[in-house]
Write a protein that binds this ligand. Structure first.
Ligand SMILES: CC(C)(COP(=O)(O)OP(=O)(O)OC[C@H]1O[C@@H](n2cnc3c(N)ncnc32)[C@H](O)[C@@H]1OP(=O)(O)O)[C@@H](O)C(=O)NCCC(=O)NCCS
Length: 272
């Protein structure tokens, strides 16, 4: 396969990754069949990290869930008149949120593994409208990202499956992968790059803002693919879906980064 790799020299932030000269090279290249186990592992570990994120951090973002749990507490007290039952309720709620977040996210993982992430070659690599790239650092696959474009020229490209191995974060891998998708969109003359995320961690949102995306909408109570939507699941699993968009034709950030994306001397890449 033609090597359409992009290289980025980055200053390491993580002490464990420092080399003698303090610089590492991140290679972003197209997926190859032997990358599949590493890609699936990075993706599944990254996705399962969202369980505590959704169950615990997410609680702070959903006032309606807090109101519901308070109402449940009052009803329980009226029915039982028992203080120890009330004392146990927060623990029950947190266990419920963890259990149902895990169940839904695991269902989503199974759904992804039985579709695109199970057949990466067939889903992303056969069509000129899509691609999946891996980031390689120290000879190891440490990150993944995919792009799926609309067939007609001038349409949008959707950034998907962005994930970086936990031990290699804050090293610029996420930015290098994101830029590869932007480059793909620029070379295909697409109008915009869009993405959606249910993550609550700062890392994902900061990364997308850093790449020049802006949040264009939030869907509260988003139905995750693979969810069963039972009553208990609705009570204990509730997420927001943030929609991000970047206008690749008019983006100031992209114009500033134009040398990196198209004409820079250290970039040997051309999109698919
Ligand atoms: C989100 C994720 C892909 C970021 O990857 P990364 O390789 O660590 O990102 P980078 O090193 O390129 O960081 C780029 C910028 O993102 C922001 N960022 C990254 N990690 C951050 C963190 N833990 N806290 C705050 N900001 C963070 C910073 O602005 C950073 O720039 P800086 O280092 O110059 O300050 C990674 O944390 C990840 O895989 N998380 C789990 C999966 C996930 O959430 N995916 C996205 C959901 S769609």
């Amino acid at each position: 396969m033609e090597d359409r790799a992009q290289t980025n020299s980055v200053q390491k932030h993580d002490k464990g990754l420092n080399t003698q000269n303090g610089l590492q090279t991140i290679l972003v290249r197209e997926f190859e069949p032997e990358d599949k186990p590493a890609v699936q592992l990075i993706f599944s570990e990254g996705l399962m990290e969202m369980v505590p994120d959704t169950a615990f951090r997410g609680l702070r973002h959903h006032r309606e869930s807090l109101l519901l749990y308070s109402a449940m507490t009052v009803v329980c007290f009226i029915i039982t008149m028992c203080w120890w039952v009330i004392g146990l309720l927060p623990a029950i709620v947190l266990c419920g949120r963890y259990f149902y977040s895990r169940r839904v996210i695991h269902g989503y993982l199974e759904h992804a593994m039985s579709t695109d992430m199970g057949d990466i070659e067939g889903f992303y690599m056969k069509s000129p409208d899509s691609c999946l790239w891996v980031a390689v650092l120290e000879g190891k696959v440490v990150g993944v990202v995919a792009a799926v474009g609309q067939r007609k020229s001038g349409g949008a490209v959707e950034l998907q499956r962005m994930c970086v191995d936990r031990s290699y974060r804050r090293c610029g891998v996420g930015v290098a992968l994101g830029r590869k998708v932007l480059e793909f969109a620029v070379t295909r003359r697409c109008s915009s790059v869009v993405l959606g995320t249910t993550a609550y961690t700062r890392a994902a949102h900061q990364l997308y803002r850093r790449l020049g995306f802006r949040c264009v909408g939030v869907t509260n109570g988003y139905v995750t693919p693979g969810a069963r939507c039972s009553l208990l699941e609705r009570i204990f699993y509730r997420v927001r879906h943030h929609h991000y968009s970047l206008d690749v034709q008019n983006s100031k950030t992209l114009q500033m980064d134009n040398t990196d994306l198209g004409g820079g001397s250290d970039v040997s890449a051309a999109g698919k």
